[in-house]
Design a protein around this ligand. Sequence first.
Ligand code: ATP
Length: 350
Amino acid sequence: MSQPGARAMTEPLLQVRDVKTHFPVRGGPWGRVRGSVKAVDGVSFDVRRGETLGLVGESGCGKSTLGRTLLRLVGPTAGSIRFEGRELTGLSQRELRPLRRRMQLVFQDPYASLNPRMSVRELLGEPFAIHGLERGAAREAKVAGLLDMMGLPREALDRYPHEFSGGQRQRIGIARAIALRPDLVVADEPISALDVSIQAQIVNLLVDLQRELGLTYVFIAHDLKIVEYVSTRVAVMYLGRIVELADAADLYRTPRHPYTQALLSAVPVPDPERRRARILLQGDVPSPLAPPPGCAFHPRCPFAMERCRRETPPLYSLERGHTAACFLVENDARERPTSAPDASPSHEGG
Ligand SMILES: Nc1ncnc2c1ncn2[C@@H]1O[C@H](COP(=O)(O)OP(=O)(O)OP(=O)(O)O)[C@@H](O)[C@H]1O
């Protein structure tokens, strides 16, 4: 691999600007477009090299869609995604191919993501075959090395996914994802389908691999304790938008957005100093087909003001890179935020 230059080392691995992923909803006898699900609706953030960016929020907030959009597995409707400074949104599938090996996804359900008719030897050899890398004995050696790294025995090579436990299957899924030494791994709820007793082992495996291979993670999860444990920074999503982003320690110590406060108030903490009053969230996440006007959180917010029903709060910059999209923090903002750049052309992804 070529040695990245100093600039490449300091620039973010991924720069995401005002990205939207809307899904058209069709209806009626002619299947006309009736509206769109705004699964991701204007998000901007950077992912720094070597960090773990945690992505949290209730079910349906758009976390998976955002994760897949970052990898261009789903085409964004608008916005810009730069990987090492290179714009991804306009690239054809062919142009994306060489980049694919550098950006990988770990799935929630390893059973559904592994072809049941392929042996482990084939499953782990496949990434090399797809990209025309390593053959014969060299590929065998790489595959065996992956097994060692995952703590799986060599006998596993000739066995099939159904012969393994959930945790072992996830190890195989992770091995496939890291086989080609990617830079970026999006882990989409990588442990939520697993038995609680083995969740920690898989999390620790991911943490060790990050250290060993210098990986950058986007870690999607709804378990806030695990996100706190693994993340360098954490982004909180609500109805297609990021409502708060901060260093993990800052976010957990001083959450500024009422939505984050409510999510965290539900997490049991043994330390009485950190215990907070439980804020009960009323109702469910509204439909991303018709998000509420103004601040999308206002119908569920215990602090909603008249203004929140009319205006959408921008992401205010607070101290130490902490940002929050809530009028309550406006007075603490370091500067008046400029509105998100909306100049990016809409485009059909592929
Ligand atoms: N291919 C699709 N077509 C239409 N709507 C979609 C599609 N994929 C996701 N959605 C919708 O987009 C919204 C966001 O879904 P997404 O799965 O990204 O959320 P999530 O936060 O990851 O939730 P979960 O934790 O349940 O996976 C949901 O309303 C979902 O129904």
